[in-house]
Design a protein around this ligand. Structure first.
Ligand SMILES: Nc1nc2c(c(=O)[nH]1)N[C@H]1C(S)=C(S)[C@@H](COP(=O)(O)OP(=O)(O)OC[C@H]3O[C@@H](n4cnc5c(N)ncnc54)[C@H](O)[C@@H]3O)O[C@H]1N2
Ligand code: MOO
Ligand SMILES: [Mg+2]
Length: 396
């Protein structure tokens, strides 16, 4: 059986670029930007008033002129105006273009206007209250780098440069597949020997937060129908995420059927808990990636985060930054397995700490609802002790 590190390495050797696509900017949040965004003009594009007040020529103030004749009012949205008399002023509003022949703005709070004449009560500085053309960015400068995850703030940048559509990384077409005769729909009342399906709903929801709207197929424990449905699914999707039917049981047909259908096994079973019977493979000609997660709910959920998400991010060209937390208690690992322990994190004096969520094993799905990630503890003779920094896989 291979180690977790080896399984992870093999998964990362099988990532795939799904190409790029143009999408409406309003639908691009959380997608990965596939082009760099440049300033189409200087920012700001003109000398912009930053205060409501009057625009003057500073030289006139320096000369000691006591009253400035108000020539008119300039508002945002007006083309550039001109101060005619150098010793006069123009009232100006925030966002307006600085008029010709002016170089300084004095805000209303620092002036008094009586009968069309403004007097200045403060001591203005030459050039004050003006956001200079090109001060933020020059035309042609990179505003956003290719490869970032698009945030609402980035939408504002797209809008300001007129990017109605942006190029983003294409997402894979994903199908989540549940298996098992014991599973019934959530709308049904299960009989004593049945349970409601839950794993695939968690997976679909997790995928939705990656902007992936996955289809769902259910497979009964019957080899013939599994073969038929997987034959179609392998052709229709880029990625299959299966849950269950992958262990040693008499009805765990998945590895066998995948093999029959020509999916090349990259590995089956990993020295880890939960999630040991994990199977991963790829169909050479169809290029479908198959993640077959062990059916116990914690195993499916953990392995989605441990293997699938890093694979997805890598395929999309996103940096997969490692995260760490500090243990709030001693956690030994005397097994030969890498343990992924569900934890609840909390901040303590600026440090992110993690405390184990007690659970009765990988069938205990309620523990997932109380945790917000897994700590990763590879086999080690001495116990992991309180205060130690350990790798952390946040649940997304
Ligand atoms: N002889 C052995 N038995 C088992 C081993 C082993 O190494 N040798 N491994 C155990 C481990 S670890 C796990 S994890 C499970 C994995 O089993 P399968 O992948 O074959 O999954 P199933 O048998 O189909 O189901 C297991 C368990 O999970 C429940 N389940 C499955 N799908 C769903 C779903 N969509 N929603 C909710 N719950 C689901 C299912 O009802 C079972 O209770 O094998 C151990 N056995
Ligand atoms: O890995 Mo199983 O996931 O231990 O129950
Ligand atoms: Mg089984």
């Amino acid at each position: 059986m291979i180690t977790f590190e080896e399984a992870y390495r093999r998964i990362m050797l099988n990532t795939k670029d799904f190409g790029d696509e143009a999408v409406d900017l309003m639908k691009s949040t959380n997608r990965i930007l596939a082009e760099s965004i440049y300033a189409d003009r200087d920012f700001p594009p003109f000398d912009r008033a930053t205060k409501d007040g009057i625009a003057i020529k500073y030289e006139s103030f320096e000369k000691g002129i006591p009253y400035f004749n108000v020539e008119g009012v300039v508002s945002a949205g007006m083309p550039q105006q001109k101060l005619i008399g150098e010793e006069n002023c123009l009232e100006i509003m925030t966002g307006a273009v600085l008029p010709h022949n002016t170089d300084t703005i004095v805000m209303y709070e620092d002036i008094e206007i009586v009968d069309g004449f403004a007097s200045i009560k403060s001591n203005p500085r030459k050039g004050q209250n003006i956001h200079k053309k090109g001060e933020d960015k020059k035309q042609g400068e990179v505003l956003l780098e290719k490869g970032i995850r698009i945030s609402p703030a980035d939408i504002g940048v797209f809008a300001t440069v007129g990017k109605v559509e942006v190029l983003v990384k294409k997402l894979p077409k994903v199908c989540v597949i549940s298996t098992g005769n014991e599973l019934v729909d959530i709308s049904e009342t299960p009989l004593a020997h049945q349970i409601r399906t839950s794993n695939v709903l968690s997976l679909q929801t997790a995928l939705a937060s990656e902007n992936i709207h996955a289809d769902h197929i259910h497979l009964l424990d019957d080899k013939k129908s599994i073969t038929q449905k997987l034959t179609v699914a392998l052709r229709e999707y880029d990625v299959l995420l299966l849950s269950g039917g992958v262990s040693k049981g008499k009805y765990d047909f998945i590895p066998e059927v995948l093999d029959d259908l020509g999916v090349d096994k990259v590995f089956h079973k990993v020295l880890q808990r939960p999630g040991k019977p994990m199977w991963f493979g790829r169909h050479e000609s169809l290029k479908t990636a198959v993640f077959s997660f062990p059916g116990n709910p914690v195993s499916t959920f953990a392995n989605y985060h441990i293997y699938f998400l890093p694979w997805l991010y890598n395929s999309l060209g996103v940096d997969n930054e490692s995260e760490f937390v500090i243990l709030d208690e001693d956690l030994p690992n005397t097994t030969p397995l890498t343990l992924f322990i569900p934890v609840k994190t909390f901040w303590d004096k600026g440090t992110l700490m993690a405390r184990k969520i007690e659970n009765s094993g990988s069938g205990d799905l309620t523990c997932l609802a109380y945790s917000d990630g897994f700590v990763c503890l590879p086999p080690q003779e001495i116990p992991y002790y309180r205060g130690l920094l350990v790798p952390y896989i946040p649940v997304k």
